[in-house]
Design a protein around this ligand. Structure first.
Ligand code: IVH
Length: 683
């Protein structure tokens, strides 16, 4: 029976919902694609909350293209499949400049012309190909390439990506076609990838091999709430039917797509002749390592659709395009041995010792094999011939065994039952991939912990490197952190490769490291799951060591950005008597932990940045915007989207937007990432 208390329809509500959606779409685009927001984050949140509340109360007005859908939809049982209206073909591949020249020749021959061909040249993004279908300007469907004919439906996941427009701007000067299918590449930037893996390492989750795998894995989540936490981005490079935008060339199509709010790669070269394309290919290859995302080659496309049509396609790829791949950062070599390394957490990591090989300009003689399961999965054996690869900043790894090259001399690897360093039993906890040595005084763990303690982001002690730490531990001169601070030049000077002068320098460096910010100190302790980021959040929330020491799991969990795993680990750490003793001994040795400036008042919840308003622009190298925001807020500051007279600092990252100019005009203090980190680091 109809519910008489609430009318079935309410045009007023419907209009309000519609207006909110329009506004939020527009603000999203300004914020994420144009980097030029016009409202504050708080205002944005208010609009979003109002929309969510209305949609909740009025389910009849719910809509799959609502900006509220970015937070994730209910989990799926499995992925549906959908046929592509136009098959997603692959590209013909070339590897050298000569291949590029023959491609050009072939094109001219087929077009029966001596004239120069006009090309577009694009970076070939190493990500995951997707198709997005817009009906009357609204995103209705997103699918993977699949086998090219049929793809998997990943709409809910793709909607979580901020750079994917959910609705095309109706005020655009372009006519929005009834049906628009665009194609592009979803990827993860190198820095975000590194951070994602660091977080996973802290949480003891298996690491992604490279950004492409991470992007693919993130898109194949049945629960889009998981995808929403992954730093996915998109570049669009094509439409499936070139006629729909009423353009006549690839260059015009890219311009039209840009007008419609799609993100287009800024490095694309349009309307170029063959020589310019060759030159572009060289330059792209030179700078590929420095790009924020991975590319594996260049795609060159005949620009004019009229010519593309004449050229047509083979059964698998168009004749008007060529992917020229860069030389692979992957080489063939042989595994001479597999040895086990013991890390500071006691984790036993099998490492392949290789016949040295040059991979993309760097000599590689070792590759991580991650863990036992990984070795089984890839069936890696000692003396196997393998492909190794280097991807970005990642440790080299074995991609694949060349099984055909086996000659019978290969031996399987067996995980040792005893720690190869201290001889204690090793354990592998059920459900975990890692085998560990559980002897906390295992020299490998002590050395690893000391390296971490003295390393970057922690005490950062100049000159106290791996070799010296090894000697100090082997000679039993240092058994724990506190012992470092009792060293004198006299005892150091007789060690290997150490003179009087360098002994003095190291002791001076140790002494001057004694005054340290709380976040660095917490990070230095090497508490499992507590990385630099978590350490900063905890430091900002508590202000001083005493408060951290006496806090309980629930107190840590109460901190925005700290999850239950980290909370439990840190609470556990401070509950252990031997860890409390370590802390006491450090303090007795004269370690001074700098408090947050305004600590001492209340819970010390770092009023340090209280009342200070920040605006962020451009990309930060070491953290995402939301992490930067969390740090500022944890310290009592606020973040707004636009510069005003109330702004205290503008934090300018890489490629800053128009906010930088506004800040200059308004006389707002502009700080770069380094200065920003300093500001929040020692909280
Ligand atoms: S054009 C007809 N342009 O490379 C094929 N592809 O085999 C149209 N890719 O997985 C593809 N960047 O996802 C094109 N700028 C670009 C690209 C690009 C990356 C990927 C694409 C596909 C593969 C082609």
């Amino acid at each position: 029976m109809a519910d008489t208390a609430t009318p079935k329809v309410d045009p007023e509500i419907e209009r309000r919902i519609e207006r909110l959606r329009q506004a939020l779409h527009e603000h999203n685009h300004r914020y994420f694609v144009l980097d030029d927001p016009v409202i504050s984050d708080a205002e944005y949140d208010r609009l979003m909350q109002e929309l969510i509340a209305l949609e909740h109360a009025w389910p009849r007005y719910s809509s799959p293209d609502s900006p509220s859908a970015r937070v994730g939809s209910p989990p799926l049982e499995k992925f549906e499949t959908v046929p592509h209206t136009v098959p997603m073909m692959s590209l013909d591949k070339g590897f050298t400049e000569a291949d590029l020249l023959s491609f050009d020749e072939r094109v001219r021959k087929l077009l029966k012309t001596e004239e120069k061909i006009v090309y577009t040249a694009e970076p070939k993004i190493d990500g995951v190909a997707v198709e997005l279908v817009y009906e009357k300007g609204v995103l209705r469907l997103a699918s993977t390439r699949g086998d090219g004919i049929t793809g998997e439906v990943i709409t809910a996941n793709v909607k979580t990506i901020q750079t994917v427009p959910m609705r095309l701007p109706s005020e655009s000067r372009r006519q929005i076609p009834d049906l628009l299918e665009v194609r592009g590449e979803i990827f993860i930037r190198r820095d975000n990838f590194k951070r994602l893996n660091e977080k996973r390492a802290e949480e003891n989750l298996p690491l992604f091999a490279n950004p492409r795998n991470a992007a693919a894995g993130s898109l194949r989540q049945l629960d889009s709430a998981v995808t929403a936490t992954r730093p996915l981005e998109i570049f669009i490079y094509n439409v499936s039917d070139p006629k729909v935008l009423e353009t006549t060339s690839q260059a015009d199509t890219l311009a039209a797509l840009k007008d419609l709010g799609f993100r287009i790669n800024p490095l694309i070269l349009t309307r170029a002749d063959l020589h310019e394309v060759v030159d572009y290919f060289r330059k792209l290859d030179e700078k590929r390592q420095g790009l924020p995302y991975e590319i594996d080659g260049m795609v060159v496309k005949v620009d004019a659709f009229r010519q593309q049509e004449i050229l047509g396609s083979t059964s698998r790829s168009p004749r008007w395009a060529l992917a020229v791949k860069f030389k692979a950062l992957q080489e063939r070599t042989r595994i001479l041995d597999i040895q086990v390394q013991v890390g500071r957490t006691g984790a036993l990591t099998p490492v392949a010792h290789l016949a040295p090989v040059n991979v993309g300009g760097a000599m590689v003689s070792r590759a991580t094999l991650h863990n036992e399961d990984e070795i089984r999965k890839k069936d890696i054996r000692i003396r196997d011939r393998v492909f190794v690869q280097r991807a970005g900043d990642v440790i080299p790894e074995v991609v694949k065994v060349i099984a055909d090259a086996r000659d019978g001399s290969e031996r399987p690897f067996v995980m040792p039952e005893k720690c190869p360093v201290c001889g204690s039993e090793t354990v592998r906890i059920q459900g975990e991939a890692v085998t560990r040595c559980i002897n906390a005084s295992c020299p490998a763990q002590v050395k690893g912990n000391l390296r971490h303690f003295a390393g970057k982001g922690a005490f950062d002690i100049d000159g106290l490197g791996e070799k010296l730490i090894d000697q100090l531990v082997d000679l039993k001169m240092v058994r724990s952190y506190a012992d470092l601070f009792a060293l004198t030049p006299d005892v150091l000077k007789d060690l290997d490769r150490m003179g009087e002068k360098s002994a003095q320098n190291i002791i001076a460096a140790i002494q001057s490291s004694k005054t340290i910010g709380l976040s660095r100190f917490l990070y230095a302790l090497g508490i499992r799951h507590v990385g630099e980021h978590s350490a900063r959040l905890i430091a900002a929330a508590f202000g001083g060591l005493e408060a951290v020491r006496t806090a309980e799991k629930a107190d840590f969990e109460g901190i925005e950005g700290i999850g239950p795993v980290v909370a439990e680990s840190i609470a556990d750490f401070f509950a252990q008597p031997e860890n409390r003793e370590t802390l006491d001994r450090l303090l007795q040795r004269g370690i001074i932990i700098e408090k947050a400036l305004a600590a001492g008042e209340g819970n010390g919840n770092a009023a340090r940045l209280a009342g200070q308003s920040f605006v962020l622009t451009g990309k930060l190298a070491a953290m995402t915007r939301s992490e930067a925001k969390a740090l500022i807020e944890a310290a009592g500051g606020t973040v707004t989207s636009s510069v005003s007279s109330k702004t205290r600092y503008l934090v300018a990252g890489e490629d800053p937007g128009s906010k930088l100019e506004k800040a200059r005009k308004a006389g707002v203090e502009i700080i770069d990432e380094t200065a920003f980190k300093k500001l929040v680091e020692d909280l």
